[in-house]
Design a protein around this ligand. Structure first.
Ligand code: FES
Ligand SMILES: [Fe+2]
Length: 404
């Protein structure tokens, strides 16, 4: 794998200072981030086993956009804008469910086949002639990769398979496509900027102090390894020495020795991240997928879900429970740390951060952000109402500089 070195990441020494405080609390920037990042990059919606039968669907919303993914009558997974072509109602109102053989809009009853084509219009003769091919649900980019369903509201560029190319061999070991949901999805809501949540998630330097139990489990082996193209890998190896904490001892003792994974991966906790806020965690007993994203200024969400291969062994069930308990405590510890750090950044004493070579994930993420939204490198926030324009002109200048 082609990891990016600290020298490359800190090529501009200023990047050790992180992003200016204003970028963590600016409505116009949040709007631009939603538009330029989250509506133009792939978003994970669900796993193929969440929609096993024709007519099963699941929805995803971001800013003003809403998507529905559905399994059609030929078992193919498709994605559409969840927007009726008549007068823009949602065609499905629930987050997930089963719509039978067609979507029937709850407003006036227009119906759509599972391939998105318009099926029927009540009192059709009250409308001028309508081309049913033309008036289908609008399709969205959709990609199923190792059983994970991704959609993209806009933008172009690499497919998920291309973006994850360096990770494909390792991820392929886990047979994710054969997995089933393990627990109910969870959602943490934060009253702070999404980047404040992501910054802590992007580095393992805080593990020894911030997560004593995780440190006891994976010890000093924990490393962050950013790659090119928005991909990053973090990995911890389960300590072979006796663990200090009872729950860790129990987890390691209960993990079944017989595993479908090769020996090289039976003791690893691996975190694959993809810009801007997607994380796939690979444990020996289950996987977890979570996403961090903004829902408004000073509003963000971390939403996650776990999957595992069907395995009835009592020790596997126990190991999965212990894993979940350990990770819930890690999550609680992170929430506290995130809130303290974000509050500190609002203080008059805050004068930027100082990033180490153990926080490459944070710097690498911020470098990618600066490339797409160069406005975040300004020390002072642009005048109200001008942020997008300032960003556009900085981008235009960057383009000219790149050509000359
Ligand atoms: S808005 Fe959907 S049928 Fe009228
Ligand atoms: Fe953490």
């Amino acid at each position: 794998m082609k990891f990016v070195s600290a020298q490359e990441i800190y090529r501009d020494p200023a990047s050790r200072k992180g992003l200016p405080a204003w970028t963590y609390n600016n409505d116009e920037l949040t709007q631009l981030e939603m538009e330029q990042l989250f509506l133009r990059h792939w978003r994970f919606v669900c796993h193929v086993s969440d929609i096993p039968n024709p007519g099963d669907y699941q929805c995803l919303e971001m800013a003003d956009e809403r998507a529905v993914v559905v399994r059609d009558q030929y078992e193919q997974v498709r994605a559409f804008h969840n927007v009726c072509r008549h007068r823009a109602s949602r065609v499905v109102g629930e987050d997930k469910g089963h719509c039978g053989k067609a979507f029937i809009c709850p407003f006036h009853g227009w119906s759509y086949n599972l391939d998105g084509t318009l099926k029927n219009i009540p009192k059709a003769d009250s409308f001028p002639p309508i081309d049913k091919q033309e008036f289908g649900l609008k399709p969205l980019d959709c990609e199923v990769w190792h059983g994970m369903i991704f959609i993209r509201f806009g933008g172009t560029g690499s497919s998920i398979a291309e973006l994850f190319a360096e990770a494909a061999e390792e991820i392929g070991l886990y047979r994710i496509e054969d997995m089933k949901p393990l627990d109910e999805p969870y959602q943490y809501k934060f009253n702070l900027d999404w980047k404040a949540v992501l910054d802590i998630d992007n580095e393992g330097y805080h593990v020894p102090i911030g997560h004593p139990e995780l440190f006891d489990l994976v010890g000093a082996s924990y490393t962050d390894q950013p790659l090119e193209g928005g991909l990053s890998r973090a990995c911890g190896v389960i300590n072979q020495r006796k663990h200090r904490l009872e729950r860790n001892r129990e987890y390691v003792a209960t993990l079944p020795e017989e595993s479908y994974l090769p020996e090289s991966h039976q003791q690893l906790w691996i975190y694959w991240g993809l810009f801007p806020g997607f994380v796939l965690t690979l444990f020996p007993d289950q996987i977890e997928i979570y996403q961090i994203y903004p829902t408004g200024n000073q509003q963000s969400v971390m939403a996650g879900v776990t999957y595992a291969l069907p395995d009835e062994r009592a020790e596997m069930q126990k190991a999965r429970e212990l894993n979940r308990d350990i990770n819930m405590d890690v999550g609680d510890e992170d929430i506290q740390l995130i809130e303290w750090a974000a509050a500190g950044m609002r203080s008059s004493a805050f004068d930027g951060v100082l990033l180490s070579d153990l926080e490459l994930g944070v710097a690498s993420f911020q470098n990618q952000l600066r490339e797409i939204l160069p406005v975040v490198s300004l020390d002072e926030k642009p005048a109200t109402g001008s942020l997008k324009q300032v960003n556009d002109s900085m981008l235009a200048k960057d383009k000219v500089a790149a050509v000359s």
